[in-house]
Ligand binder design. Structure first.
Ligand code: SF4
Length: 330
């Protein structure tokens, strides 16, 4: 008796199938026929002979797919003494926002602190990134102290490379958990391991074998949440999902009540529940559950279902225009 390994997730595109091995965090492209066989089996237990009977004409091909998957432990043999019990998983009731971004150039007013406390407590947010283009150390030290008092676990500073670089020693004296910059040379200067280069460019995957993609990424992407479980509040109290997607305004926040209303509103939900299935090209792509190409690369910024402007993959032909996307995006 066999069963597809529960750590395996697959998605068929027009020409190929993508296998996502969640335990190994690898992503792999295989012929579409493998996906068809997997679709047929699902996660049900099966006997090999019975399966082959269903594919009499393609017996040899299906048998080779089976061996391929079994050798890689993607199909497992069930030992007779293992009793499988069904697990009932209840969806999380609590909404979750993983990262809050906030403009913090001037000292913050109490009303904004109330908004942050609301997000931390009611939306289980623990990561906060302060975005500023001025390194006012007194303001930042004060900010860090107040955020720690509210219980934020990870407090980071996002600052333009030019500003951060010329004040790096002073900045590092403030015990932020990490620093983000948009300039790679800050990182190259190798000042401190807390400095991270944050690129607007995509961390998109290469269309070759053995790609790495974390289980968390796959879960978030398949839940439609990639880049949407963050929030960005500007100095003018405008609310967006992310500082790189300021074309999609959720609304204006005046107080905790208005913030709550916006987070329960349609505008928020439309973006938060967006998935690549809503984009025609991506819905036909086998990498869609593993592809972390951010949604702000859409061609028409006012249309969430618009095609990605930067994707070099052709799902219909199963071909990448350029092998290394990292180079291609530069
Ligand atoms: S962006 Fe490209 S690689 Fe990613 S899912 Fe869409 S079509 Fe596939």
């Amino acid at each position: 008796m066999f069963q597809v390994n529960p750590n395996l997730l697959w998605k068929s595109g027009v020409a190929s199938t993508c296998l996502m091995n969640l335990s190994a965090s690898t992503v792999q492209s295989v012929p579409r026929g493998v996906g068809e066989v997997l679709d047929y089996i699902g996660y049900e237990k099966f006997e090999l002979e019975e399966l082959l009977k269903e594919f009499t004409e393609d017996r040899q091909v299906v048998s080779s797919y089976f061996n391929y998957l079994k050798e890689r432990n993607l199909i497992i043999e069930l030992k007779p003494f293992i009793e499988l019990k069904e697990l009932v998983r209840k969806p999380l009731e609590l909404s979750f926002i993983s990262t809050v971004w906030i403009d913090w150039t001037k000292d913050i007013v109490p009303e904004r602190m109330k908004l942050l406390l609301f997000l931390r407590e009611k939306y289980s947010s623990y990561n906060i990134i302060i975005k500023t283009d001025k390194l006012n150390l007194v303001v930042l030290e004060n900010a860090l102290k107040r955020l720690r008092a509210q219980g934020w676990h990870n407090v980071a500073l996002f600052c333009p490379g030019m500003v951060l670089k010329s004040n790096i020693e002073k900045a590092l004296s403030i015990p932020f958990d990490y620093f983000l910059s948009d300039d790679k040379s800050v990182v190259d200067s190798n000042v401190d391991e807390r400095v991270i280069y944050y690129s607007r460019k995509s961390k998109n995957i290469e269309g070759t074998k053995d790609l790495f993609c974390s289980l968390r990424d796959i879960r978030r992407i398949s839940g439609g949440q990639e880049n949407s479980d963050s929030l960005y509040l500007t100095q003018e109290q405008k609310l967006y999902f992310h500082p790189f997607d300021t074309h999609y305004l959720i609304g204006h926040v005046t107080d905790v009540k208005s913030l709550k209303t916006l987070l329960e509103g349609e505008r928020y939900s439309e973006y938060a529940t967006w998935s690549k299935d809503k984009v025609e090209k991506c819905s036909n792509c086998e990498f869609s559950l593993a592809c972390a190409n951010p949604r702000w690369f859409r061609k028409k910024m006012d249309d969430l279902s618009s095609e990605p402007e930067n994707c070099l993959y052709d799902p219909k032909l199963s071909v990448w225009q350029v092998r290394s996307l990292e180079t291609a995006y530069e």
